[in-house]
Design a protein around this ligand. Sequence first.
Ligand code: DQA
Length: 146
Amino acid sequence: MTVRILVLNGPNLNLLGTRQPEIYGADTLEEIQRRLEQHFAGRDVELRFHQSNHEGEIIEQIHQARTWANGIVLNPGAYSHYSVAIRDAISSVNLPVVEVHLSNIHAREAFRHNLVITPVCVGSVVGFGWRSYLWGIEALLAHLSR
Ligand code: DQA
């Protein structure tokens, strides 16, 4: 059976490639998505990608995922640090979510250590650049097949 995964990206991640490449790397979001598609091409996995700079749209995507997805890999961007609304959306749908971050947020500014969404996720992968997504998807697949 095909496993369907929503890879959901929050604010400013559309600017990857030019946005602080010393922190986030030189790859664009499209390049990362293509690489993930190539990586999982031989597996029975369908990846659907969505990016939004708007909290409400991220919430709508999480709600809609109920109708088609088996789980979500989420990089909430800065919302990670304060969006109770996204946290509540995850708590309101019966879908496993793996949180991912390109950078090691724990080694950065103190305000990035505050993670309000993490406790309602099944786990998180942080600090490995685009591979945080790769291993986030692998972790979600392992969680789904447990
Ligand atoms: C980020 C980390 C966040 O603190 C930041 O606001 C981002 C990107 C990451 O992937 O490392 O937008 O989520």
